[in-house]
Write a protein that binds this ligand. Structure first.
Ligand code: CA
Length: 229
């Protein structure tokens, strides 16, 4: 038997925190809750949860700050942001500070659990060495990080890793948006072409010398993307 995975829920509204705890325990997870950002950071440091659900609006710190703190503590723990805001800009900002995914309130518990399981599946993949060189950096897909000489590795989120893995496996060839959506997000989530574009923008910021004039992650107009190494 696989041991129970621990999920930390950082949420100040007691009825939402309790509802999530009940539902996730029913799904077989062990659940911890924190009512504040500070407590959530403390819990992460001491209890090492396997995944974190993070409310964006907390009484003491905003969710973006909390997310940055959590990422400093653990570069790889899956973080899903719970946001009441549906604006695209908030989601992108959440992903920029290190969240792996987000759900917009009100969300269904089924969708949330599907996303948690998807993130766990990705972390449970058998390890294989996969990396490539770009000017000034090694993109280490296996280690989920960009490595630059003399610098701390820069963490890649799970979706960034999956996207890079797919493009790398087919380097030099165009990969369609449809294939990217199907292979990476699957049928359970509900992503849009915008979702892919946002991840491409983020990856270009990390990998390209000039993100506005990409040399490695190229747009294939009307079709998709390709990686040129
Ligand atoms: Ca809240």
């Amino acid at each position: 038997m696989e041991s129970k995975k621990t999920i930390l829920v950082i949420e100040d509204e007691p009825h939402i925190a309790l509802g999530l705890k009940d539902a996730l325990e029913f799904e077989g997870f062990h659940v911890l809750t924190s009512p504040t950002g500070k407590d959530g950071v403390h819990r992460t440091r001491h209890d090492h949860p396997n995944a974190i659900l993070l409310d964006l609006m907390l009484p003491d710190m905003n969710g973006y700050q909390v997310c940055e703190e959590l990422r400093r503590l653990d570069a790889f723990v899956p973080i899903i942001m719970l946001t009441a805001k549906s604006q695209e800009a908030d989601k992108i900002r959440g992903l920029d500070v290190g969240a792996d995914d987000y759900v917009t309130k009100p969300f269904s518990i089924g969708e949330l659990v599907a996303r948690i399981r998807a993130l766990f599946r990705r972390t449970n993949r058998p390890s294989e060495v996969m990396n490539f060189q770009l000017p000034g950096m090694t993109v280490n897909i296996s280690a989920h990080a960009i490595e630059r000489p003399g610098k701390q590795p820069e963490a890649l989120s799970f979706y960034e890793v999956e996207l890079l893995r797919l493009l790398y496996e087919r380097q030099g060839q165009p990969v369609s948006r449809e294939e990217i959506l199907n292979k990476i997000w699957g049928v359970e989530a509900n992503p849009t072409n915008r979702t892919i574009d946002n991840f491409i923008v983020k990856l270009r910021k990390k990998l390209e010398r000039r993100p506005d004039k990409p040399e490695h992650i190229l747009t294939v107009y009307g079709f998709g993307y390709k990686l040129v190494v």
